[in-house]
Design a protein around this ligand. Sequence first.
Ligand SMILES: [Zn+2]
Length: 521
Amino acid sequence: MRTVRRKLIVVAVPAALFTVSLHAATSWFGLPAPQALSDPHRAVIDVSRAAVAPAKVPAGEAGFAELRGERIQRDVATIVDFSKQSFKEGNRVWGRVTGFPSAKATIDWSAQQFKAAGLQRVEVQEYAAGADTAMWWATDWEAKVLADAAYGAGSEDIVLKTAVPTSGSMMAAPVTAPLVFVGAITDDKLPDVDVKGKIAVQHLKPSRGAFSERTRTVDRAKALTERGAVAILNVVEQTGNMHTRDFGNCGAPCFNIGTADGAFLESAIARAAAAKAPPVRVQLKLSAQRLTGLKGHNAIGIVPGKSDENIVVNAHADGWYDAAGDNADGLAVLVALARHFALPANKPDRTLVFVASGGHHSTGLNGPANVVKMNEALLKNSVLVVNLEHIAQYEIVAGEWKLSGREQPMNFGVDNSAPYLLDLGKRAMERYGFNLNPTFTTSVAGDLGGYAPLGVARLQAIHSGPMYHASGDVLETISVPGLERAARFYAYLVSEAAKAPRTSINPAKSSSGSASALAAP
Ligand SMILES: [Zn+2]
């Protein structure tokens, strides 16, 4: 019995910790072993002194209890719990991923909230992935740094807990190769070093989310592949020791490595070179496949207005990791708005179509595109689509990893630049102190793409901060007053737009464009 227990303990202690406790001074050139993965349900920054201003509540609007930040935060927590459940079930890739049960559960919950609020024609609509699309999916992987006696007595192999394969990576068999450091993605050019048959390690330090460095990272990875690298490790320097997604189709198999793991790796490469020891080697394993036949789901419900013209209000329900800021905040505000407009006192002039959409992050399963296809009769009288996406995360000061004391500034985009909508956005921003960048644009990147076939105005506020697509995107990084600011901003904006003449929202275009045909004279 005693022997059994002792064995279990040995198995449970991570190899890295074991090594450090016995040989801290000598193993791995004396480098501190990398930490474990940062707790993926807690903030990797200090949020204990978050002090953002309370939401501005204009006279007459204090009674909108359904729009209060604390109420909405409870729903953000519930939505994040669907991700936590997926983590608990042991999925290496977790979150609310369309095509998998956690996303379906989130959509079912959204439909239940719509029903409970009193929305009509509430449905969960199922759709299939396109026949010619497949979704790359990694089920298991490992990046193990291999020890060598020359690195110091007691050096043992170290599994990098933050390693995440990037989309499109495939490996028929494990790869073991020496590492070669090839500098930062911001360097003018690749160094003149031999990468053939080696695993290239490149460094990036995104000032916003890793997303902001997609092009440079992937282009450089492709160039390294062409030079013969057998795999690429992208060290993503942010803070803590997080998983980070993003990047894809690098050519050779590509893995992202978190900050602390990356620092260890880069130091070990340098120390081995300085000590003229054999180069550090890594063993990479990956089981990945291309999934077909996946199903996605959207939840839809309406608040009938005084006319049969529609405004669509959308938020995507899916996300990677806990996905609090991408997009539990948007979905929770969507539900709050559904509750708000379903109250008889707030009956809108136009009909509102609420959509909790799937498939934002899953190949071939775009929710909005399927909403448009499956609800032609309902949506043919649409005049505007409003998208709620990434709207209440604290601002994290770039490089300092501290909170600034407000929410992440958002880009406000109105795709048709209708002066009425731009002015409405400005008025609503000032009225509620919603933190929009002052210059509005026509960009509607995000979930609005699928609504393009409707040919009507689309607008949104959105950001992609440092936690975007990272395991640090957790509940604690969401501003409670920010949720309320967003909810009040959008309640006002939608209510005003529901009263505005159709021609103000969709002015006739002089040049030819998809909107011109549908803009009412
Ligand atoms: Zn998003």
